[in-house]
Design a protein around this ligand. Structure first.
Ligand code: AAT
Length: 286
């Protein structure tokens, strides 16, 4: 029996366009204190997690997002020992970060304990990152958490939902100031920053917040077929003027990449992620 299709409709962030997935079974649906949580089994993309009607990840293509948001910053830092993840309650970023040989300590702060529990139950391929003993999980608002932490982290990765809903504050200028002061000297950040195809204004404003605070700021893209427009980008910022994000300081061999079970990331795709279309370059530099 066919249940029908899930469509990512009506977001102000991608007007006039919606991705759809054919659903085999609804596995879980609830309203948490922060958002609607839905887990479905699809016919073609494995299981998928939606929050407030927005696709957060599917098992088929999550690796492109999780590997890139993790290794673009980690491989741009000479020794990323202490890492903070803001958001990321599904565990995908924690799974990747803990594979990096230099990482010693990971803290994950997600606002919604129900996302964490639901992902542990239904998405074990992602949530295995949450069961790693090196990952300290805190339930709370990322903005509030950073307000109380200074000079602690080598790398901060913001794997947050989009700027409409509980993550709204994570796209503001004040958040970038908090990120800066929570870093150790030489620290750097990467944040989920939307797609230039349908929300170029949002990408540019997040980039400007980062640029106003960090001496080095840039934008990189990856392809995620089940995200709006099939592409998503990351804003990266560094406290060190010499950082060239487009040239990884750590290059993994093919043997390393196999041992770490990476399916998307390598040093070539790292460099390529920073090659931007002209309309994006122009908008960012305007
Ligand atoms: N790993 C890809 C999935 C996400 S999930 C984003 C996470 O951010 C969710 O678990 C949500 O609970 C958490 N979150 C939202 N707001 C906050 C906050 N203020 N503090 C801490 N955590 C928060 C990213 C999907 C990207 C979708 C692109 N369209």
């Amino acid at each position: 029996m066919k249940l029908g299709w899930f469509s990512e409709l009506n977001s102000e962030l991608w007007p006039g366009v919606a991705l759809s997935l054919e659903v085999e079974e609804v596995l879980h649906s609830e309203r948490s204190s922060f958002q609607d949580i839905l887990v479905v089994k699809t016919f073609t993309h494995g299981k998928a997690l939606m929050l407030d009607g927005v696709i957060q990840c599917t098992e088929k293509d999550e690796m492109s997002y999780h590997e890139m948001i993790s290794y673009l910053p980690l491989c741009s830092h000479p020794k990323p020992k202490n890492v903070l993840i803001v958001g990321g309650g599904d565990g995908g970023v924690a799974r990747e970060v803990t594979k990096h040989p230099d990482v010693e300590r990971v803290t994950l702060v997600d606002i919604d304990d129900r996302v964490i529990e639901v992902c542990k139950q239904y998405l074990p391929r992602l949530s295995l990152g949450l069961n790693n003993p090196y990952v300290n999980i805190i339930v709370g608002d990322g903005f509030e958490f950073l307000n109380h932490h200074q000079g602690e982290f080598d790398v901060i990765i913001t794997d947050s939902s989009d700027p409409i809903g509980p993550a709204e504050n994570l796209f503001k200028h004040a958040y970038y100031q908090l990120l800066k002061s929570a870093l150790k000297p030489g620290g750097l950040i990467a944040s989920q920053a939307g797609t230039a195809w349908s929300n170029l204004d949002q990408v540019c404003s997040t980039f400007q917040h980062c640029k106003a605070v960090f001496p080095v700021a840039t934008y990189a893209v990856t392809s995620v077929p089940t995200y709006p427009t099939g592409q998503i980008g990351f804003i990266l910022g560094s406290l060190t003027e010499q950082t060239n994000f487009a040239e990884p300081v750590k290059v993994f061999s093919d043997k390393d990449l196999d041992r770490m079970s990476l399916m998307y990331y390598n040093d070539k795709i790292h460099r390529a992620a920073f090659a931007l279309p002209r309309f994006v370059e122009k908008a960012l530099n305007a």
